[in-house]
Design a protein around this ligand. Sequence first.
Ligand code: NAD
Length: 234
Amino acid sequence: MLNAAPTDLSGKVALVTGASGGIGASAIEHFAALGATVYGTDIAQQYDGVATYRPFNLLDDEGLADCTTWINEIKPDILLNNAAVFDMGSILDADLTQYDRLFGVNVRAFYAVMQGVAKSMVANGQQGSIINLASQAGHRGEALVAHYCATKAAAISYTQSAALALAPHKIRVNAISPGVIDTAMWKEVDALFATFENKQPGQKKREVGDAVPLGHMGDPADVARVAVFLASDQ
Ligand SMILES: NC(=O)c1ccc[n+]([C@@H]2O[C@H](COP(=O)([O-])OP(=O)(O)OC[C@H]3O[C@@H](n4cnc5c(N)ncnc54)[C@H](O)[C@@H]3O)[C@@H](O)[C@H]2O)c1
């Protein structure tokens, strides 16, 4: 069957977590430009993007419960499950405090938001699309990035289980595993590598960009366009 129609998200409701971040903000602009009604959430009270915004701290149960209530009100057809935090440490020094924070946002909240949206889609008979942000870090371990890599491996596993469970409802579930994308997260990553590997500020970021075969880091819009494709009928 040929489907060469232009991508059109009009009539769709999209929810983006991590709305203020590099990838989330770009996805919101793309979804909105293609006609979707877009809702965004992040931890900060202030927001200056184009989505209808509510702040929730997804690390605490009250924030998660309020976000789930909101999900039931807005009834998303599209979820970009994108909020996450990064930190560094090896098996010798990454402690359980860091574990709780990274697993709390990247796995526990990630799971709760996906579950809330999946239940809403099933209850309302919506054949929606759930798009999870994993990472290349979820496909292999890294000596200095023990917990973050493990959270992203969990994101991939939950994506696979959810895709199989929701297929009978015609709900699609996919994950995107970006390489290195030039966002605010990299300010933090670069600073951490400066400490852990004794590098100059900016050095790690330059090195990872140079190591990409195309010669530069990805742009948030590169990931946003993949999200658009997965969100669309294409
Ligand atoms: N930038 C990269 O190189 C890269 C590579 C692979 C995967 N990713 C993934 O892409 C996604 C987006 O990353 P980004 O680079 O845009 O990062 P980012 O830091 O710019 O965005 C992440 C957003 O999540 C929000 N967030 C963090 N903790 C939260 C909490 N407790 N409650 C609510 N919101 C919270 C942050 O405030 C932030 O706005 C993440 O899942 C990240 O792991 C990024």
